[in-house]
Design a protein around this ligand. Sequence first.
Ligand code: UD1
Length: 368
Amino acid sequence: MLKIINVVGARPNFMKIAPLVTAMKCRPAEFQPILIHTGQHYDAKMSDTFFSDLEIPEPDIDLGVGSASHAAQTAAIMKAFEPLVLQEKPDWVVVVGDVNSTLACALVCAKLGVKVAHIEAGLRSRDRSMPEEINRLLTDQIADLLFTPSRDADENLRAEGIPEKRIRFVGNIMIDSLLKYLPLANKSTIRKDLRLGNLDYAVLTLHRPSNVDQAQTFAGIVEALEEVGSLLPIVFPVHPRTLKMIANLGLTDRVSNAPGLCLTDPLGYLDFLELLSGSSLVLTDSGGIQEETTVLGIPCITLRENTERPITVEMGTNTIAGSDPTRIIKAARQALNKNPGTSSPQIPPLWDGHTAARILDALIEEQG
Ligand code: UD1
C-alpha cells in the first residue's frame, strides 16, 4: 500500500490532480491518497467551483496560505507543509504543474528525503523571467520521478542531465479531465446565459504578469482586442490579478467600451470547457488552454513570445503571436479566414484520457 500526498494549490492544478485522486480511490488495496490544498488560490471562483465540477473530494488539509510576494508565498507553503510531511510520513508526494505550490512542496520533500513525483515535468519556455519557468527547472532537478506529457519534455530533461531512469513519458493528465467531462460540460447553459445564441465568438484569458502588469503592454493588447472584437464578440472571464491591474493601470473605461468585449467573472471548469468547445477562436496567455484547444481543434492564438508547450504549435492549433497588436490582429484574421478542413491538426501521442492510470502503474512499478 502506497501512502501518497497529492498537492494542489492554484486553479491550473485542479484538473491535473482530479483524475489522479479518482484513480487512486478506485485502487484502495494499492493506494492511500491524501489531498493537501496549499490555499494559494482561495476565492470560490478560483478554487471551490473546481472541486465540485471535477468531483474532487474535500482536501484532507487546507494550509490556507493565500496571496503574497513570491518569496513570502513560497516560504509560507514550505513552513506549513513540512510538519505535515513529518507527521504523515508518505511514501510519495505528488506535485503537478509549475505554480509556486509545486516548487515549495517539492523542495520540502527533497530536504526531508521524501520521494517526490512531478507531473507535467520537462516543459521549458526558456524564458527565465517567467516565474513558472523557475518553478519548472528547480522542481525537475529535485524530483525523483518525472512524468512528462510529450517527448520534447523528455529531451529537455535529458539535456539538463537528468538520468533516464527518472523520466517517464505518460501523456497529458489534463486531457484525462477534458475527455471525461466534455459531455457534461456540453450540458452547461453558459452560452445561453451570456446571450451568445448561435453567434460565432472568441474566448480570451489573460493573467500573465508580463502582459497585465505593464501599462504599455496591456494597452497594446487592448488595442488588438478592440479590432478583433469588431469582427466577433470576445468573451473574457477575468482573472482577479487582471481585474486589479485593469483598474490600477487606468484601463477600465477602454476595456468597458471596447466593441464586442464581454467581461465575466472567472468561470468554473464545466462552463469554461463548454465555452471553449463552442468558440471559433481563443486568445490566451495560459499554458493549459493551449493544450485544451489543441485537443478540441479550436484555433488558439497565444499572447506570449514563447511557449513551453511547442507540441501544440507543431501538431495542434496553436499560433504564437506575442503581445504586439499588429501580430495579434493578423493572426486572428488568418485563423478566422481559414477554411475549416484546410489544415489537419493532430492530437499528440498519449493525450488519450489514460494518463492517470499510467502514472499509478509507474508508481507501483517503482516501489518494486
Ligand atoms: C498563479 C500561478 C500561474 C497560474 C495562475 C493561474 C505562480 C507563480 N503562478 O498565478 O502559474 O497560471 O496561478 O491562475 O504560482 N487572487 C485572488 N483570489 C485568488 C487567488 C489570487 O484574488 O483566489 C489575486 C490576488 O490578488 C493575488 C493575485 O490574484 O495577489 C495573483 O495570485 P497568485 O496566486 O500570486 O498568482 P496568479 O497570477 O494567480
